[in-house]
Write a protein that binds this ligand. Structure first.
Ligand SMILES: [Zn+2]
Length: 297
């Protein structure tokens, strides 16, 4: 297997920072356990809003150099998580951040939102056939919260899994490979509600406002959760450090954080998933505590 470790996990995300917010604990844990953890980020996040006033000039409507800056932030975040394989779909800058739904940037010629799904998926097929992951993690069809790049990342990831397994598809992209298990990022509603209750009870938080459960992507009824990753404090610390590394996008204060909207949210120390393809490694009704449960390597 090209000298790759026995367990191989691939995560597909829209922008630098999404991986640390959604999967920081999971990535740190599996990297530390010696699994091959690979991240594919679909855009550079060029259209993000910039939090530190001293870096405001990077923004798309000023110098438009935020993308290059966020490449560095992502590299620093990966160092915190101990993840060595991180790539941009089609190479850095191939697809541009599309901005929020309905924004004129959606129609930029390089916008990820306007990319042909099969063409974009081709780049990911090559990665899947090279790394041969047993487990793939991405968003649900709504991208968790309706951002065009998150929706498109979902479409591209799901299509790439199909195409990677098709024996007749683009043999120049490698030997066909079937991904065993696909998970979507989730947060159980009870955990979100408990997190915001904790936040309100904390009283003094260094952010101007407090968010609400609607600000959290991927929230579903608890019964939908099929896997829960509960990791050691060192991995939670790594997640917080990785989030801090995305300094243009995230401000972290203890167990809470805020994005550019300045609304405090709980930083989740456990991460949750819904298995949508492949067989669970535990009996029906139980939650997995290992994304590789039941996987034959
Ligand atoms: Zn994002």
């Amino acid at each position: 297997m090209n000298g790759l470790p026995a367990r191989r996990l691939l995560l597909v995300h829209a922008h630098p920072d999404d991986e640390s917010i959604n999967n920081g604990v999971t990535m740190a844990k599996y990297a530390a356990e010696g699994a091959h953890v690979a991240l594919v980020t679909c855009t550079l996040g060029e259209e993000g809003e910039v939090i530190p006033p001293g870096l405001a000039h990077l923004a798309a409507d000023r110098d438009d150099t935020l993308g290059a800056h966020r490449v560095g932030e992502l590299a620093a975040a990966m160092a915190e998580l101990g993840v060595h394989d991180h790539r941009f779909l089609g190479g850095p800058g191939r697809f541009r951040d599309s901005g929020m739904m309905g924004a004129p940037q959606n129609h930029h010629p390089e916008a990820f939102w306007s990319a042909d799904v099969d063409e974009a998926a081709g780049y990911l097929v090559e990665v899947i056939r090279e790394l041969r992951p047993q487990v793939l993690v991405t968003y649900d069809p709504d991208g968790g919260y309706g951002h065009p790049d998150h929706i498109q990342a979902h479409r591209v990831a799901m299509r790439a899994v199909e195409l990677a397994a098709e024996t007749a598809f683009r043999r120049d992209l490698g030997t066909p490979h079937r991904v065993g298990k696909i998970y979507w990022n989730r947060v159980p509603r009870s955990v979100v509600e408990e997190g915001f209750a904790r936040l309100r009870a904390a009283g003094e938080v260094s952010f101007p406002g407090v968010g609400s459960p609607e600000d959290v992507p991927g929230v579903v009824a608890d019964e939908r959760i099929t896997a829960e990753i509960d990791a050691k404090d060192t991995f939670v610390a790594a997640k917080a450090a990785a989030m801090r590394a995305h300094a243009t996008q995230i401000a972290v204060d203890g167990p809470f954080f805020a994005l550019s909207n300045d609304l405090a949210q709980p930083l989740f120390t456990r991460e949750y998933y819904e298995l949508v393809a492949g067989r669970a490694g535990v009996p029906a009704g139980e939650r997995e505590h290992d994304l590789f449960a039941g996987v034959q390597s």
